[in-house]
Ligand binder design. Structure first.
Ligand code: C5P
Length: 404
């Protein structure tokens, strides 16, 4: 189920050059009938005045934690309770660091510690500050605690440089938090595979791989957030099922294949994010193998290519596959797009510095026939949102072209 549309939003503004865009966002939110309370950090007031935001928000803007006059009205705990959503636009590197550390050294950070409402941040900063390991670590930590990050976008920056760190446009932020239920993925059925598979050698041992399942789970959660009905066929992982997603637990590639083929005919979308073992043991031993001989051979046989089978169906859903490559990323991923006959491939480099298995962040090169897009390094939940934005775009374009 898509999250309900918030009607009472606490808007935090922290101190970066993009703070002026908060004014436009306030105007858009008010036009949607959202009730707003605005809280500014000290640094935000160096970029835009509380008076400007107050005039647009139609109510008092608060800046101080220890303000006896303001606290006599709605005190900060009441304000934290009042909010149905806390949205921070822009969120600076400093604010993210303070939130990651759990500080409560001003009104905004105190409110965010005190609230039980969902917290959404729209980061904006110089691209080197965004890419810095400290900021990436803070972003991943906040995302793991359930904070949703929107953006940053990539492009020209106020400092004259270019890269990931631009604030998303206010209209884009509005669309993401007040997501209309009629987006192209709403009401669609999506099937997602995730995690590793385990191929038994004997009753206690198996062949497997290092997939954590995080990327597939994040894509399933992002699809559910767009109103899709999501079934997640998952190999063994340490993760809990995402809210609003039906999870089917499997162990082996053959079990995963059966679970997928049973359900795929009624699906509009298929996302193959599982790291399916390419081979299984031909004859798993019925009893625990005993050590004895100096050498032991295992005969392996090929597993079915689940994604390839789904894409080859007579009436296939829209298919998105992943490609983990150690070299010549684009060339190999383009070849995979054609060989498997899928609609989109999200490729990432493995074995290098920029993410992959068992990591909290990743970067992707997404390819489709006639197009490509780079999704820069960021925490997997945030990357999944950007990937699903692209999926929405391509799926929407395909659905529109098939309409009579
Ligand atoms: O061929 P390769 O394993 O590199 O392809 C990766 C993509 O194919 C991933 O999307 C993965 O989920 C899917 N796959 C599959 N079944 C297999 C092997 C891979 O669905 N047996």
């Amino acid at each position: 189920m898509p999250p309900p549309r918030p009607t009472r939003i606490l808007l935090g503004v922290s101190g970066g050059i993009a703070a002026y865009k908060a004014a436009e966002l306030i105007r858009l939110l008010r036009a949607e009938g959202v009730e707003l309370r605005v809280v500014m950090t000290a640094a935000a007031q160096a970029f835009i005045t509380p008076l400007s935001l107050q005039a647009l928000a139609g109510g008092e803007v608060r800046c101080d934690l220890l303000d006896p006059r303001a606290e006599a009205g709605m005190d900060h705990i009441e304000l934290a309770r009042w909010a149905e959503l806390v949205l921070v636009v822009p969120a600076t590197a400093d604010l993210m660091a303070r939130l990651a550390a759990g500080l409560a050294d001003d009104l905004l950070t105190t409110l965010i510690l005190a609230t039980t409402a969902p917290v959404v941040l729209a980061p904006a900063m110089n691209h080197r500050m965004w890419r810095h390991p400290a900021t990436q670590h803070n972003a991943a930590l906040l995302a793991a605690r359930g904070v949703r990050l929107l953006g940053p976008a990539e492009g020209d920056q106020a400092c004259g440089e270019s890269g990931p760190g631009r604030l998303l446009e206010p209209a884009e932020i509005l669309a993401r938090i007040l997501r209309r239920p009629q987006g192209p993925l709403a009401g669609r059925r999506a099937l997602v595979t995730a995690g590793p598979t385990r191929e038994p050698i004997d009753p206690v041992r198996y062949l497997s791989n290092r997939s954590s399942g995080r990327m597939g789970y994040a894509v399933a959660a992002a699809l559910a957030g767009r109103g899709s009905r999501v079934v997640l066929v998952s190999g063994p992982t340490a993760l809990g099922p995402p809210a609003g997603v039906e999870r089917i637990a499997v162990e082996t590639a053959l079990e995963m294949q059966a679970a997928v083929l049973e359900r795929v005919a009624t699906c509009d979308l298929f996302v193959g994010a599982a790291a399916v073992a390419d081979y299984r043991v031909a004859d798993p031993a019925p009893e625990k193998l005993k050590k004895g001989a100096a050498e032991l051979g295992l005969r392996l046989v090929r597993n079915p290519d689940i994604l390839g089978e789904v894409a080859a169906l007579a009436r296939p859903p829209f298919t998105l596959g992943f490609a983990a490559e150690t070299e010549r990323l684009e060339e190999h991923a383009r070849a995979k797009l054609a060989a498997k006959g899928v609609d989109m491939i999200a490729a990432n480099r493995v074995g290098g510095e920029t993410g992959g298995f068992e990591r909290e962040e990743n970067a992707l090169l997404v390819l489709w026939r006639g197009g490509r897009r780079v999704l820069p390094l960021c925490p997997k939940p945030l990357l999944a949102e950007s990937l699903v934005d692209l999926l929405e775009e391509r799926f929407g374009a395909q659905a529109a072209s098939q309409d009579p």
